[in-house]
Design a protein around this ligand. Structure first.
Ligand SMILES: [Zn+2]
Ligand SMILES: [Zn+2]
Ligand SMILES: [Zn+2]
Length: 202
């Protein structure tokens, strides 16, 4: 019972990193340190075009620095940097990453939690854990706890299965099937309302 949809097939790790060259540098970026411009503001912006160091609000508004560039704003939630879903969903598919509510808007975390932090929480029900790091997820439709885990997790799947599954699934791969295909077995048979009775007048 694989839930792999055709769209998930297209979002495998390699293509994710290949199509979005800014993604890996983003994962390695350390936010909230002081900015190179020496302002008092912390670095909570990242430029997808420059892919360099993070920068502060002043630098983001500076017309000589990143004008016309695609910058991403980072928000801190539970002392971890995250990105608003609204700001990133058009750039990459984050629908399978656990969303978190942070002041009335939803965000996804960039990084997974440190191991010690989440070890105590790895005792949830099976199937509700991040596929990459095992962190317990609050939302059963999510597969990953963070962008980092999506990048890592999806890539691992491909590496592990690329050699074994090629033969087994070559003919049965559901790449062209409709997304939401109803399973005929899942429909409950209609209950019969007792034995049909002949009309007493016949
Ligand atoms: Zn700055
Ligand atoms: Zn830039
Ligand atoms: Zn994870």
């Amino acid at each position: 019972m694989k839930e792999d949809s055709p769209s998930a097939e297209n979002m495998r790790g390699n293509s994710l990193v290949r199509d979005l060259p800014w993604l890996k540098p983003l994962l390695q970026t350390e936010f909230y340190r002081s900015c190179e411009c020496k302002s008092s503001k912390q670095c909570n912006f990242y430029c997808r075009d420059c892919m360099g160091s993070p920068f502060c609000e002043n630098c983001n508004n500076d017309p000589h620095k990143h004008e016309g560039h695609g910058s991403l704003q980072v928000y801190k939630s539970s002392s971890r940097p995250g990105i608003r879903i609204r700001g990133i969903k058009n750039l990459m598919d984050v629908s399978d990453i656990q969303p978190y509510l942070c002041n009335s808007f939803k965000l996804v975390y960039i990084h997974r939690k440190r191991k010690q932090e989440h070890e105590s929480r790895i005792n949830g029900r099976k199937g509700d854990k991040c596929e990459a790091c095992g962190y317990e997820l609050q939302c059963s439709t999510s597969k990953f706890c963070s962008i980092e885990c999506k990048v890592n997790g999806v890539k691992d799947v491909e590496e592990e299965t690329s050699t074994e599954e090629v033969h087994a699934t070559a003919t049965t791969r559901p790449t062209c099937q409709p997304l939401a295909q109803a399973d005929p077995n899942s429909f409950r048979k209609r209950k019969r309302k007792g034995i049909p009775q002949r009309s007493p007048f016949l």
